[in-house]
Design a protein around this ligand. Structure first.
Ligand code: GLC
Length: 773
C-alpha cells in the first residue's frame, strides 16, 4: 500500500481478502477496504490507503462489536467479492477500484458504477463516488435551506452560525448531519451515513454524469448503508445506529413564547399575564441573554432579575415553565470576579492559540471557549447548569455553539463571523478540523449528563442550535436565526421534514421569524403552520417588530389562538408521536413520501406534510391566498374542518382564508385521540378523551394513544400506558398494549361516516372496552 496518491488515486486491483473478526478485509494494490455487517440490514464500508483509524470517543455510532454478531456468507468470483447477510443485505466489492454495489433481497439498491468508488487526492481530500440514478430522490442531509429533494446541490457539513440567513442556496447551517435518504422511482429506499466528523461535502450537481460524490477534508472514507425498503425502515435503522431522543416532558409540546429583549422579570410577568388574558394556551417562557449579568453565561442580572426563584415559582403557579439560554463563549475577565472564567482559566479548560487563550468576540465582548473534547471540561461545564436549575429553570437552550464568534465587537460595523483556526489544538490530540462538527454535540452531551445528574427524575427541556449526527439523544433543535419572510415560512416545512428524516424528530423554526418585522398576515399564517411544528416556539430578535399573538388586533389574535388551541386539542396525538420518535426514531412531521414512497405525484411536495401517519396539513405559505390545492395520496381523506370526504390520488381545492383555519385532513383508516384544551398542557386530565374515528373504504380504522405522567422519568421504569384502538364492522375496541392500563375515564367516540352524520357515543372507558358506533 502506498500513502496519499497523486490526484484522484484510486484503490487499484484486488490482491487478496480475508475475514477479520466480524469484518471482511480486502487488500487492493493501493488501499484496503473493510466490509462489516452490523445487522441484517446495516453494513459499514471503510476504505483507506494507509491504516484504519482508531474509533474516536465522539463517534455517533456504537463500536462494531456492540452489535450482536451477524452471520455472513462470502463469495469470491473473478468480478470481486460479495459479503451477504442472511437478511439479504449484500455488499459486492469489485475486483478493481474497490467499487461497491449494495443489494437488498436480490435487488441493487446502490452502486458506485464506472468511475466511482474511493479516491484520494493530492490536496488531502478523499472522495467516494456513487452512481446517482436520474429518477432517484435525495432527502435528509440534516438542516438545510431550500426544498425537499437535494438533487443538483452541493451540501457541506460544517456547523455554521448563520446570522440573518436568507433562503435557498445558503449552506451550510448550524447542524452537520452527513446522512441522506435515497428513494428510487419504485419507492424503494436506502440510507447512507458518512461517518466522519471533518468537513464533508455531498455533491449532487453532476446530474448529467449521474454521480453523487461524498468528499471529506480529513479522516477516513467510512460510511454505513442502511437498507429499507421503506423510508420508515431506513430512518429506524439510522436512528438505531445513531440514537433516539429521550422523551421530553409533555409540556414541551405546549406553546412557547420567547423574545430576545424580554429584559426584566416584570416584562416576563407581563407576557405571562397577556398570554392568560388573551386566552392563548401556553407552557414555556424563555429568558434570553437579557437575564444575564453583563451578558455573561451562567449569571443573573441582579437588578433586572433580582429574584429568579421567586419569578419561576410565581409563573409555575400559573402553569408556566422557564427556559434559559446558555452561550458557549465565556466572557474574558482576567481581572477576576467572574467565576466561570476564573475557574475555567485556572484549570486550563479553554481553547488556546499560540501561548495564550483563543479569544474572539461574542455578546459580552471578548470570550474564551471551553474545549468540549475533554471529558473533564464537559463535567465541569455541566455543573454550571445548577445555577439555572436551582433557581427554578426547567429548560435550557444551548446557543452560539457552532461555536459562533466574531473578529471585532458584535456591534462594530465591520464585525465579521470567524471560526477557530482548523489547527486549534483540542484534548485527545485532536485539532479543530476534526472536532468542529462535534463541538456542540459534545457540549450537549455534557448538558445531558449534568441534567440527569442534577435532576435524575425530571425531564428538563433541552434545545440546541448547533449539533451533529445524533444530537437528538441530547436536545431538541431549532433552526436558528430565520427571518420574518414568507419564503422562510415556506422553507421551514421542508427544513423540518429533512431534519426529521435525519433523526431529529423534535425540532421547530422560530414562529414569526427571528429577524425582520413580522406583519399580521404572516404572523397568523405562521401560527397556523408553526402550531404543527414538533416544537412550537415564537421567537424574535431584539429591536424588531413585536410578534406576540395579540400585537395586531382581534382578527390576528383569533387566528393565532385558534391555531394554538388546535395544537392543545391534539396533544394526546402529538405526545404519542413523540413517544414513537423516542422508541423508533420516526419523525413527527413527515413528507408524503415517508408513507407513500411510490406515489410520484406526492413525493416531491414540500408545501404540505403528514403530521404522524394520520393527519395531513396543507398550510398557506403566500400572502393574499384564500384557497389552495392539496394533494391527497391514495385512500380516503376527511377534511376535518368541513367534514367533506375525498378520494385520494388527486388534488382537491379547498377554502383557505385565514379565518378558515389550517387545512387539516385526516386519513381514512386512522383513529385520532384528542383531549380538552387547558391553559397549559397539564392543567386538565385527559378526561374526556375524544377518539375521532375515520373509517377507510373498508370501514376500518386504527390508532394508538401513549400516556404517562408527562414529567418524571417513571416511564423509563415501565410506568406508561399504550392503548390500541381498532374499528371494524361498526365496533370500536380499545386494548391495552404494554404493562400499564389507561386510567378509567369518559371517552367520546366520534365515528365520521362518509355518507351519514357522524355518530357520537359517550362511554365509561377503562382498560379495555368495546363499543358499537
Ligand atoms: C442567537 C440566537 C437567538 C438569540 C440571540 C441572542 O442569535 O440564535 O435565538 O435570541 O442569539 O441570544
Amino acid at each position: 500500500m502506498t500513502g496519499r496518491r497523486d490526484d484522484a488515486g484510486g484503490a487499484g486491483a484486488l490482491r487478496r481478502w480475508w475475514r477479520a473478526g466480524r469484518s471482511v478485509l480486502l487488500e487492493y494494490e493501493d488501499a484496503t477496504l473493510s466490509v462489516t455487517h452490523l445487522t441484517d440490514a446495516i453494513a459499514r464500508v471503510r476504505a483507506t490507503p494507509a491504516d484504519f483509524l482508531p474509533r474516536r470517543p465522539w463517534s455517533a455510532t456504537p463500536p462494531d462489536d456492540a452489535f450482536p454478531p451477524v452471520e455472513v456468507a462470502v463469495e469470491a468470483t473473478g468480478d470481486g467479492v460479495t459479503v451477504r447477510s442472511g437478511g439479504g443485505l449484500a455488499v459486492h466489492a469489485a475486483a478493481t477500484g474497490a467499487r461497491v454495489a449494495v443489494l437488498h433481497r436480490g435487488q441493487t439498491i446502490m452502486m458506485d458504477g464506472d468511475g466511482g468508488g474511493p479516491a484520494w487526492h493530492a490536496d488531502g481530500r478523499a472522495t467516494w463516488t456513487h452512481r446517482m440514478p436520474p429518477d432517484e430522490n435525495y432527502l435528509g442531509f440534516g438542516e438545510r435551506t431550500g426544498l425537499l429533494d437535494k438533487r443538483g446541490q452541493r451540501l457541506a457539513c460544517w456547523c455554521t452560525d448563520r446570522y440573518e440567513y436568507q433562503g435557498a442556496g445558503v449552506d451550510p447551517l448550524y447542524q452537520a448531519i452527513p446522512f441522506y435518504l435515497a428513494v428510487d422511482a419504485a419507492g424503494r429506499s436506502h440510507g447512507v451515513y458518512l461517518h466522519n466528523t471533518y468537513r464533508s461535502v455531498f455533491d449532487l450537481t453532476a446530474q448529467r454524469e449521474q454521480r453523487l460524490v461524498m468528499a471529506v477534508d480529513g479522516g477516513e472514507l467510512d460510511w454505513y448503508v442502511m437498507a429499507g425498503p421503506t423510508p420508515a425502515e431506513v430512518v429506524t435503522r439510522f436512528t438505531h445506529l445513531t440514537g433516539r431522543m429521550p422523551l421530553p416532558p409533555r409540556w414541551a409540546l405546549g406553546y412557547q413564547q420567547a423574545r430576545w429583549g424580554y429584559d426584566s422579570a416584570e416584562r416576563i410577568r407581563a407576557v405571562a399575564a397577556d398570554l392568560r388574558r388573551h386566552d392563548i394556551p401556553a407552557d414555556v417562557l424563555y429568558l434570553d441573554i437579557d437575564h444575564q449579568d453583563g451578558l455573561r453565561t451562567f449569571t443573573w442580572d441582579p437588578e433586572a432579575f433580582p429574584d429568579p426563584a421567586g419569578l419561576a415559582a410565581d409563573l409555575a403557579a400559573d402553569g408556566f415553565k422557564l427556559a434559559a439560554v446558555v452561550d458557549v463563549g465565556v466572557s474574558h475577565q482576567p481581572e477576576g470576579g467572574y467565576d466561570v472564567f476564573d475557574e475555567g482559566h485556572r484549570k486550563g479548560y479553554f481553547l488556546t492559540e499560540g501561548d495564550g487563550l483563543l479569544l474572539r468576540h461574542v455578546w459580552p465582548g471578548l470570550c474564551a471557549f471551553p474545549d468540549f473534547a475533554s471529558p473533564a471540561v464537559r463535567q465541569w461545564w455541566g455543573r454550571w447548569y445548577a445555577s439555572l436549575l436551582d433557581r427554578g429553570v426547567r429548560g435550557v437552550v444551548n446557543d452560539m455553539n457552532e461555536p459562533a464568534m466574531h473578529d471585532l465587537p458584535m456591534d462594530h460595523p465591520d464585525s465579521a463571523r470567524v471560526e477557530p483556526p482548523l489547527d486549534t489544538p483540542h484534548d485527545l490530540d485532536a485539532d479543530h478540523a476534526e472536532v468542529h462538527n462535534v463541538y456542540a454535540l459534545l457540549e450537549n452531551a455534557a448538558t445531558d449528563a449534568a441534567l440527569r445528574d442534577l435532576r435524575p427524575d425530571e425531564r428538563v427541556l433541552r434545545l440546541s442550535r448547533a449539533g451533529g449526527t445524533g444530537i437528538q439523544r441530547y436536545a431538541a433543535v431549532w433552526t436558528g436565526d430565520n427571518g420574518s419572510y414568507w419564503e422562510h415560512l415556506e422553507m421551514s416545512l421542508p427544513q423540518l421534514m429533512n431534519l426529521g428524516l435525519s433523526g431529529v424528530a423534535f425540532a421547530g423554526a422560530d414562529i414569526g421569524g427571528f429577524f425582520g418585522d413580522c406583519g399580521p398576515e404572516l404572523l397568523a399564517r405562521w401560527f397556523q403552520l408553526g402550531c404543527c411544528y414538533p416544537l412550537a416556539r415564537n421567537h424574535c430578535a431584539r429591536g424588531r417588530a413585536a410578534q406576540e399573538p395579540w400585537v395586531w388586533g382581534a382578527e390576528t389574535l383569533d387566528a393565532c389562538r385558534a391555531a394554538v388551541r388546535l395544537r392543545y386539542r391534539l396533544l394526546p396525538y402529538l405526545y404519542t408521536l413523540l413517544a414513537d420518535a423516542a422508541e423508533t426514531g420516526s419523525p413527527v412531521l413527515r413528507p408524503l413520501l415517508y408513507h407513500y414512497p411510490a406515489d410520484r405525484r406526492g413525493r416531491q411536495l414540500a408545501d404540505q406534510a403528514l403530521l404522524g401517519r394520520d393527519l395531513l396539513i396543507a398550510p398557506v405559505l403566500r400572502p393574499g391566498v384564500t384557497a389552495r390545492a392539496v394533494y391527497l395520496p391514495a385512500g380516503r381523506w376527511y377534511d376535518t374542518r368541513t367534514g367533506a370526504v375525498h378520494d385520494g390520488g388527486r388534488h382537491v381545492l379547498v377554502d383557505a382564508a385565514i379565518g378558515d383555519g389550517l387545512p387539516l385532513f385526516a386519513r381514512g383508516g386512522g383513529v385520532v385521540p384528542s383531549g380538552p384544551v387547558g391553559r397549559y398542557a397539564d392543567e386538565l386530565p385527559l378526561n374526556p378523551l375524544t377518539l375521532d374515528v375515520y373509517p377507510d373504504r373498508d370501514g376500518e380504522a386504527e390508532g394508538e394513544l401513549y400516556e404517562d405522567d408527562g414529567a418524571s422519568m417513571a416511564h423509563t421504569r415501565g410506568v406508561r400506558a399504550r392503548t390500541r384502538y381498532s374499528y371494524r364492522d361498526g365496533v370500536l375496541t380499545a386494548r391495552p398494549v404494554g404493562l400499564l392500563d389507561a386510567p378509567a375515564r369518559l371517552v367520546v367516540v366520534r365515528v365520521h361516516h362518509p355518507t351519514g352524520p357522524e355518530l357520537t357515543r359517550l362511554i365509561d372507558g377503562g382498560k379495555s372496552w368495546t363499543v358499537r358506533a
